[in-house]
Design a protein around this ligand. Structure first.
Ligand code: NAP
Length: 311
């Protein structure tokens, strides 16, 4: 049997990574999660989660803390560090080079998640932190009863707009198509607030400012081709995510999402992937957790097989 620091190292401490850590440690594998910031991932900034089975209404923060506590209770270590590179050696060991030094593992689970995509329009970068935001729970309270624009048509845009309706009665949601991508139930809840107006089939052309902060937004109505400018105090951007997969050299799709089989096995034997970083048709906290559990199970079976035990 090959000697390594850990049997399984999970890269990333969001819901997928925490679930993987818990399942792996509970299966008796010496397991560490390497996380560069704090555990919880993108779940941490979700104000309200109402669809995690068995939990009723909770916050992303509470759910993430519960995930972390459970992983640690089962014996999973959490290492706060940044991974610089991952290499697989000829004898099948994974070397993970951290800022503080090297750790080794028999199997790795990549659960690095994704980060927000930008609109990429003039003014967006200039006014980030001065009216342009990517987190409603973090920055919404700065814009109480102000005129707020939310960009995007997915679950994130609609859910974050929902949160913002608690702070302001003048919320506008702008989506580039005439149909939301978000789940119908979430859109219904938003519209029931009566605090939201829609700009469907609209593109943001620029975010404009005055005195160093956002003052207006220029739109194109895609149906008529008309371009016009309207005053806004804040722009919240939720136009999807980019996978954080640059660290690994396994097979990915054209957008960088990691390709796996049903066991979460990537194209590199012993390297598994789970959660938002993986190519998957539906991204929820519950599907990330499920990915993590599957990845941990098959990482453990992979180690058994490498040791000549039944697979
Ligand atoms: P998403 O589902 O990929 O939606 C991104 C939205 O942004 C789409 O409506 C897209 O328009 C639009 N968009 C993309 N690029 C754009 C651009 N350059 N300019 C303008 N609009 C642009 O992303 P998400 O909403 O962040 O959600 C990510 C995943 O997390 C999804 O699987 C989602 O279901 C999940 N999620 C679930 C929950 C929940 O259930 N509680 C909450 C949040 C997120 P098109 O529709 O035209 O492509």
């Amino acid at each position: 049997m090959v000697k390594t620091d850990y049997e399984v190292v999970v890269v990333g401490g969001g819901p997928a990574g925490l679930a993987a850590g818990q399942y792996s440690a509970r299966a008796g594998r010496k397991t560490a999660i390497v996380e560069e910031l704090s555990c919880g991932g993108q779940a941490m900034i979700i104000d309200e989660i109402e669809n995690y089975p068995g939990m009723g209404k909770t916050t992303g923060y509470e759910l993430a803390a519960a995930f972390e506590n459970q992983a640690v209770e089962f014996g999973c270590e959490i290492v706060y560090d940044q991974i610089q590179s991952i290499e697989k050696t000829e004898d099948g060991i994974f070397n993970l080079n951290l800022l503080s030094g090297k750790i080794t593992a028999r199997a790795v689970i990549i659960a690095t998640g994704s980060k927000h995509r930008n609109l990429d329009v003039p003014g967006e970068r200039d006014y980030t932190g001065h009216g342009v935001s990517y987190c409603a729970t973090c920055d919404g309270p700065f814009f109480k009863e102000k005129k707020i624009l939310v960009c995007g048509g997915g679950d994130s845009a609609v859910q974050e707009a929902m949160y913002l309706t608690k702070l302001s009665s003048t919320i506008t949601v702008c989506h580039r198509r005439d149909r939301f991508r978000a789940q119908a139930a979430v859109v219904d809840n938003l519209m029931k607030t009566g605090r939201v107006s829609l700009k469907m089939n609209h593109n943001v052309l620029s975010i404009n400012g005055k005195d160093g902060k956002v003052s207006s937004v220029t739109f194109r109505d895609n149906a008529s081709g008309r371009e016009y400018t309207e005053d806004f105090d804040a722009v919240f951007v939720f136009v999807g995510n980019i996978p954080q997969s640059a660290l690994v050299g396994c097979e990915k799709d054209e957008s960088g999402f990691i390709l796996t089989d049903f066991n979460m096995q990537t194209s590199v034997p012993g390297m598994f992937a789970a959660g938002d970083v993986r190519k998957t048709p539906f991204r929820q906290v519950v599907t990330a957790a499920s990915d993590g559990a599957i990845a941990a199970h098959y990482a453990s079976e992979y180690i058994d097989a490498a040791d000549g035990r039944a697979y």
